[in-house]
Design a protein around this ligand. Structure first.
Ligand code: GLP
Length: 247
């Protein structure tokens, strides 16, 4: 069923991030083997900072938590400063008590002929863990979720994709030039994401207002993959006042 996606607006991105962190903490405290789906980008940084604070100051343990990240750039090994593996360890995993064996990201360096098997194994690992309880998302300028660019099918699974030129342009500053930005990635599919039991999409700032408006209340279309979330029964967009004022 299609329905407008509920939005929760907070005065600041910190407050929005704290609200999502509280939902995650409640899940982690209430379930023996919780499974988180995690995102990269600038947007979830305050959420990860708050999860680290909850671990350090309020005893929130991640020892029994399993994580699956949405995506990884192709061609970057784990140690590359812009790899999502590196990002996640730097901004979250190095600072909490998660068991490294429970951390999953797609590999950016798997051999071309092994990519399909690798993606199928990623899907199987999610299933074997019991499915994703709580998926954190950001949103790209193209309306992508993970790296599901316009044209992605609603039932797509983990796979190799090519990045939209707009997405590469947005990443250029992190890589020191667009020519350094990888052309491809491995991403969970839209179908993988929609299988999560609860989804929280975070979006902050005036620049995200138009794409958030289109995703939450516009037509459901593969030209804006985040609009597929209108067909998910438990998705909430967490936005800040700055975004709300511009929408
Ligand atoms: C990348 C990531 C997405 C993220 C997007 C937005 O493309 N693959 O998961 O949502 O960037 O990034 P930011 O949060 O920095 O705006």
């Amino acid at each position: 069923m299609t329905h407008p996606i509920p939005r929760k607006t907070f005065q600041t991105s910190e407050a929005a991030s704290q609200a999502v962190a509280q939902e995650i903490a409640t899940l982690i405290r209430g379930k023996p083997k919780p499974v988180l789906g995690l995102a990269t980008g600038g947007t979830p940084l305050k959420l990860y900072a708050e999860l680290i604070r909850l671990h350090r100051e309020e005893g929130l343990s991640f020892a029994h938590v399993t994580t699956f990240n949405l995506d990884e750039y192709c061609g970057l090994d784990r140690e590359h400063p812009q790899s999502y593996w590196n990002f996640m360890w730097r901004h979250l995993f190095d600072h909490i008590d998660i068991d490294p064996a429970n951390v999953h990201l797609p590999s950016g360096t798997v051999a071309e002929q092994e990519i399909n098997n690798h993606c199928a194994a990623y899907e199987a690992a999610i299933m074997n863990a019991g499915g994703i309880d709580y998926q954190v998302l950001g949103i790209g300028r193209t309306g992508h979720i993970g790296f599901n660019e316009p044209g992605s099918a609603i039932d797509s699974k983990t796979r190799h994709v090519l990045l939209d030129p707009i997405t590469r342009e947005d990443a250029a500053k992190d890589f020191g030039g667009i020519e350094q930005v990888p052309t491809g990635a491995i991403t969970m599919g839209c179908g993988t994401i929609l299988s999560a039991r609860r989804i929280a999409l975070l979006a902050f700032g005036a620049a995200k207002a138009a794409v958030v408006d289109a995703a939450t209340t516009g037509p459901v279309t593969d030209q804006l993959p985040a609009s597929f979330l209108q067909q998910h029964p438990a998705t909430t967009f967490f936005v800040d006042q700055e975004l709300a004022d511009a929408s």
